[in-house]
Ligand binder design. Sequence first.
Ligand code: AMP
Length: 190
Amino acid sequence: MRLILFGPPGAGKGTQAVRITQKYATAHISTGDMLRAAVKNGTELGQLAKSYMDKGELVPDGVVIGIIKDRIGENDAKSGFMLDGFPRTVPQAEALSEMLNSTGASIDAVVSIEVNDEEIVKRILERQKIEGREDDTEDVVRNRLKVYRNQTEPLKSYYAEEGVLHEVDGMGSIDDVFGKIDSVLADLRA
Ligand code: AMP
């Protein structure tokens, strides 16, 4: 199964991704986690990425596309994967389609977790207290949300046209939301 987990920052993608990978044994590929690891290791990529991440801006398409291309070519991702935080722009989505088309593969489902802006800011400020992420401050969160609404959300129509978009209400408990995602994925396998 090849999935994209979609939604604004703070929608619970990371939390749901863990549950999904446990149940469906698929490779969890998070560009945010990969970029944070590069920042932590002080690599050249990390230094470049940090200048964007600190402001809540997107890292340039060419950079993240390169990362994803390498990652989905690895063995554990050959039979399926779940992308978390990628694609975030139309050029990223187009690059992904091209990569998959070249091997005859395609995306089976895009699960979009829907949460309103007020709840997002509330959740992210809570997460900041626990995880201390540098880009979880109120100003940066508001910018990340703006970037999401302007550059990323339009991708929903791209995937709706391909007939693979599934919107899930993300306002309930972690279990409730997982239940809804699970029923979408179970239907796909049926
Ligand atoms: P996330 O953990 O998915 O919220 O990502 C944290 C930050 O990493 C984002 O605010 C961006 O600066 C950067 N990032 C992660 N994924 C992407 C992507 N697909 N395209 C561009 N920037 C990204």
